[in-house]
Design a protein around this ligand. Structure first.
Ligand code: ADP
Ligand code: MG
Length: 340
């Protein structure tokens, strides 16, 4: 085996630390889309535009009408471990925003060309900063809100670039991330363009149209409402009738405190409720949101925050199981009936 020269221990340069972190969080263009959308929502945006070019690899530009960033804080927005969302461990344990790690923009800026253009409501004009936090903040034009323009993802990390799939595949992942978030936020207008063409546009309030597009007409036409509370837990949303079930588990959208999650416990609880009405090889479709006191769930399990850990997982399981069971039972008692 060839031996390498022994090096002394050294602190890594900031840029390299960010690139290492980016390896974990920014594994493909859709991860950039997710991080930027979450930032826009955390900033209180009610209108968000996503523009993609070449599956997001060439360009991802997200514009929101949220509160913007004051010019003196712009370099910090791009710095590692800098966030406006938490300041203490107590804040972390009660976090109500989608972001809190203060790493996304720094990571993205370390593996792509990033331009941040932003304007607060009271500012006379927008400001812009390009590249990492060393860049200068210069005056720019733009309405109140923020645009983050990410170009040439992984231009400086060829090893990463090699793992990218076709434009169509990367685009598909990006579009799925937009749908996930749009489904949970009917109070926000979303539009998505790819290579200059508008692919999706959902106005505020159009839940039926969103769910039809995302979960299929079958689901939109025959969905059952779920809305129950018990103590600190609330579940609301819609579940599909057994007729809207699928051969694949791609119609399952579960959110915990507004965050799309993949959680075995929750999937299991819903599945168990369908036990008697659904064939074993079919998957129920649903869009369900579980809201609970942030102190009862740990979202700081993985940087992508798609996993969560409940403090009392048994009671969460029971609560979800019973809520879905009752919604299903209500229909079999009325519209279907067991009557001859
Ligand atoms: P985090 O979201 O974990 O705080 P980010 O790196 O994603 O970390 O963002 C850093 C900071 O930049 C945020 O805390 C926020 O203050 C600011 N920021 C980022 N995106 C936006 C946006 N679209 N609108 C307003 N502020 C933003
Ligand atoms: Mg963020």
């Amino acid at each position: 085996r060839p031996t390498r020269p022994i090096r002394p221990i050294q602190a890594l340069p900031d840029q390299l630390i960010s690139q290492i972190a980016a390896g974990e969080v920014i594994e493909r263009p859709s991860a950039v889309v997710k991080e930027l959308l979450e930032n826009a929502l955390d900033a209180g945006a009610t209108q968000i535009t996503v523009r993609l070019e070449q599956g997001g690899v060439k360009r991802i530009a997200i514009t929101d009408n949220g509160r913007g960033i004051p010019p003196e804080q712009m370099p910090l927005a791009l710095a590692r471990h800098a966030t406006s969302k938490i300041a203490s461990l107590t804040d972390l344990e009660n976090v109500g925003t989608l972001g809190f790690r203060g790493e996304a923009l720094a990571s993205i800026a370390s593996v792509a060309q990033l331009t941040l253009t932003t304007r607060t409501a009271d500012a006379a004009h927008a400001w812009e900063i390009t590249g990492s936090q060393e860049g200068n903040v210069v005056p720019a034009s733009g309405s109140p809100g923020t645009t983050i323009d990410v170009q040439d993802l992984y231009f400086n990390t060829p090893a990463r670039r090699k793992f990218l799939k076709s434009e169509q595949t990367e685009y598909g992942h990006c579009a799925e991330v937009v749908r996930r978030i749009a489904l949970a936020r009917p109070d926000v207008t979303f539009s998505l363009t790819h290579n200059g063409k508008t692919v999706d546009h959902w106005n505020i309030g159009e839940f039926a149209k969103r769910s039809a597009h995302i979960l299929g007409d079958e689901f939109a036409n025959a969905r059952l409402p779920v809305d129950e509370s018990a103590g600190p837990l609330r579940i609301h949303g819609f579940i599909g009738l057994p007729t809207a079930s699928k051969a694949r588990a791609d119609g399952q959208y579960f959110y915990v405190n507004g965050r799309f999650v993949r959680d075995k416990l929750l999937v299991h609880a819903v599945r168990a409720a369908y036990q008697d009405v659904l064939h074993g090889d079919r998957y129920p479709s649903y869009a369900l949101a579980l809201d609970l006191d942030p102190a009862l769930v740990d979202v700081n399990v993985h940087p992508s925050k798609i996993e969560v850990r409940f403090r009392d997982s048994r009671s969460v399981h029971q609560f979800v199981f019973h809520a879905v069971s009752r919604a299903l039972a209500a229909t079999s008692a009325t519209s279907f009936g067991n009557a001859p």
